[in-house]
Design a protein. Structure first.
Length: 142
């Protein structure tokens, strides 16, 4: 339960605040390149601090590759949001519900890639997915 609170509720709160800060950054005139470099440096500093505090150094080629691919995909997604905010002045209040439908991508891939299908109640998952889609559409049209 603690993992769901920290990684779910806590992360949702932090990601929500980060969307607001992303809009604030774009609204104040930063260019896309400096924005991405600033984000990258900040993430690297948090990583170094985490490494120092936890003193854990476990990794291998597969984990580094997966981490690098995650970072590339996350960076491109972040860049796509930044472009929408900067170039098209998209409202963060409408954009965020749309890009957070990424939940459905992760759920579907998790079901098959990590064989989680047997541990999930589809009678709850399907209506939840429908509500996520409906919520994204409703918020985007607001």
């Amino acid at each position: 339960m603690l993992g769901l609170l920290i990684g779910g509720v806590g992360a949702a709160f932090l990601f929500g605040l980060s969307g607001v800060m992303q809009k604030a950054s774009m609204s104040r005139g930063i260019s896309l390149g400096p924005y991405m470099v600033t984000v990258g440096i900040t993430i690297a500093l948090v990583g170094v601090l985490t490494w120092v505090v936890t003193r854990e150094s476990h990794f291998n080629g597969g984990s580094l590759g997966a981490s690098s691919l995650f970072a590339l995909l996350w960076a491109l997604g972040t860049l796509a949001v930044a472009v929408a905010l900067k170039r098209f002045d998209a409202p963060i209040s409408q954009l965020t519900p749309l890009y957070n439908m990424n939940t459905l991508v992760a759920v579907v891939l998790g079901l098959f890639v990590f064989s989680e299908l047997g541990s999930i109640d589809l009678k709850q998952l399907v209506p939840g997915a429908v509500l996520i889609i409906a919520g994204g559409i409703l918020c985007a049209r607001a």
